[in-house]
Write a protein of this length. Structure first.
Length: 364
């Protein structure tokens, strides 16, 4: 099982709480994180995109960095770790993204991947005049299928003439092309999303159940992806997003978690729920929009590991035992200190560390 890091490109990181570390996004912080992750043998780092935050007292994601600019800069100060930049399909034309990826491949040969998102928060795109209307909710996976097709045509042949419903390319060209494959990463969780991932992606972030210290619950979404990929005769690697809150003792880590829970920003969560509610088309309980509509009771969703260094190591070993799980992307409460603490105190205790791709194996 490979380890990755979810870069802190938005304010507050990934914990919607006024009592969590601010993690104000900056190039300095992200450079520190990615270089520390590389030093400890992490295999990949992902930079998300957000054009408008959810406000509230925490200012959750109100400040956010642009991922392609950031990843390009990080590529120049790293040598092994793979870097995943996020392409917002409603805001960034696929031919432009294809050219940016080809350019970045020259900076970090063989280390660049593109995370394609469909866009579900109307307020992000409406403010820029880019929201295509409510029909997008029903057709977004059809749109991104064409989006990926354009990029792959350009990367492989240098030319695209796709006459699609959403993108009409007319003798579109790309030179220089990337000299290495550029993997496509997505995060499909609904039945439609999983089918899209199975047909078009190389990696898929599976949607883990909202639970604390229950690694085995993550096996179900991984196997759903495996089954969907098998139906199309493809091998799509399964990834998970995992939040780590650790301390020297279980009691210390649990005290942190309770403090974050006490500071939960219900205003920001309410805005996120309200935006998700605009999608009245998606009714699949596994979808991101559907899950965001529910009443949140925790400042961060998905799989959370809370405990001492030894407890976290044991929980990660249990995750590593899940069949077909290729890797986990870790988020931390305090990004200035979390990577070194994890690398120095948790990694040496993991039995599964021998299976990591990282500095020792020269993975890139």
């Amino acid at each position: 099982m490979e380890l990755g890091v979810f870069l802190p490109t938005g304010s507050r990181g990934y914990i919607i709480s006024t009592s969590a570390p601010a993690n104000e996004p900056s190039y300095a912080l992200n450079r520190h994180v990615v270089q520390t992750a590389e030093r400890h043998g992490f295999g990949f780092a992902l930079s998300m995109v957000k054009f408008r935050g959810f406000g509230g007292p925490s200012g959750f994601w109100d400040a956010a960095l642009e991922p392609f600019t950031l990843v390009s800069a990080l590529a120049a100060v790293t040598s092994r770790i793979r870097l995943i930049s996020t392409a917002a399909s409603l805001a960034m034309p696929p031919a432009v993204v294809a050219r940016m990826a080809a350019t970045m491949d020259g900076v970090a040969p063989g280390r660049i991947a593109i995370n394609v998102i469909t866009g579900w928060a109307r307020a992000e795109y409406e403010q820029m005049g880019l929201w295509p209307g409510e029909a997008h909710f029903a057709r977004r996976y059809d749109m991104v299928a064409e989006y990926v097709a354009v990029m792959r045509d350009l990367w492989t042949t240098g030319r695209c003439d796709l006459a699609g419903e959403f993108f009409r390319m007319q003798d579109c060209v790309l030179e220089p092309r990337p000299l290495h494959p550029v993997p496509i990463v997505v995060a499909g969780s609904s039945d439609k999303g999983l089918d899209f991932a199975a047909r078009h992606a190389d990696y898929n972030f599976c949607s883990a159940p909202d639970a604390v210290n229950d690694p085995e619950s993550c096996a179900v979404p991984v196997q759903r992806l495996r089954a969907a990929a098998a139906r199309h005769g493809r091998d799509v690697k399964a990834l998970l997003w995992v939040t780590v809150i650790t301390d020297a003792t279980d009691a210390g880590a649990e005290a942190k978690w309770e403090e974050y829970r006490r500071g939960i920003d219900m205003q920001a969560i309410g805005r996120r729920v309200g935006q998700a509610a605009a999608d009245t088309v998606t009714v699949d309980p596994a979808s991101t929009a559907f899950r965001h509509r529910g009443a949140e009771v925790a400042p961060v969703g998905g799989c959370k590991l809370v405990g001492s260094h030894a407890t976290i190591a044991a929980q990660l070993d249990r995750l590593a035992a899940i069949p077909d799980l290729a890797g986990v992307m870790l988020a931390f409460d305090d990004y200035w200190t979390g990577l070194d603490e994890f690398g120095e105190r948790v990694l040496p205790l993991m039995r599964a560390r021998r299976g990591m791709q990282g500095a020792e194996s020269g993975a890139a």
